[in-house]
Write a protein that binds this ligand. Sequence first.
Ligand code: C2E
Ligand code: CA
Ligand code: CA
Length: 299
Amino acid sequence: SFPDDAPDMDALVSNADTAMYRAKELGKNRCVRFDASMNQAMVRRQAIEQALRAELEGGHGLALHYQPLFSARDNALVGAEALLRWTHAELGNVSPLEAISVAEDCGLIVPLGYWVLRTACRDASRWQGRHAHPLRVAVNISARQLGDPQFLEQVMDILREEKLPADLLEIELTETVLMENMEAGAYTLHRLSQLGIHLAIDDFGTGYSSLAYLRQLPMRRLKIDRSFVRDLPAQEHSRKIVTAIVALAHGLGLEVTAEGVETLEQAEYLVEQGCDVLQGYAFARPMPVQQFVELQASH
Ligand code: C2E
Ligand code: CA
Ligand code: CA
């Protein structure tokens, strides 16, 4: 409304546009009134988009950190999850959730996801042979990446070029990513699985928790979301949910990783329940690749 929301016609229309985008984001078919904080959010997203574009064209601000994964059975190091880190001169540290969300909206997710996968496979390929066990690398894949028609071919090219055996790559997909790609994604996921790549459902229990994709898709692992781990072992509900998820997963022949394990009591409880892999600050935080290589020597 004029003049409260803008001093002139152009700004008024542009702000109305911002409110319209917000309405679409919130699920369309609704009324949203403009307020100034929306513009700030928009300005920040545009700044992130520009900076990310520059980064992908040859910057040095992107990195992957690796969070070690340990076998619950014998505490052996079994691999690491690759997590995006981004430090930018003006924007500071941009969280991976924010960077990925902007990249998804503006289409940069495909080149960004490619960079992540390439870097993770290259690093993981170098780890092999130095450690007692083969170490698997887990990579997070977002919705539009899985939906990208080139995705399958890119994964195959990367594995071949980086000389990483397919079964040392694990792809983590959230329930939302799976739901958004149920049909087109199913073919890709079956192919990836046939190649030997492991598929994991991330943040299990926080999304749709649909049993349909457990039946239809060749998943190998469920990752129990840290919101269920947080209140262990005190909270009865969390205890029961964890027990039920482990029973469900094992009944279907899937392995279970517990994420966000911060205390030894939590770890103990999760081992007792039969979790296969533990991940969390109680064992190790995500770390630069060099530090992860050093950690391999001591495990
Ligand atoms: P996620 O896949 O669930 O990753 C685990 C997150 O939990 C990471 O946050 C990790 O640092 C954090 N974490 C690990 N152990 C603990 C713990 O004991 N306690 C607590 N409180 N947190 C713990 P991070 O690195 O900030 O990543 C956040 C999310 O961003 C990830 O959640 C993932 O969804 C997304 N993400 C990160 N890197 C990528 C990427 O390369 N591609 C895509 N598509 N998404 C990514
Ligand atoms: Ca993950
Ligand atoms: Ca997770």
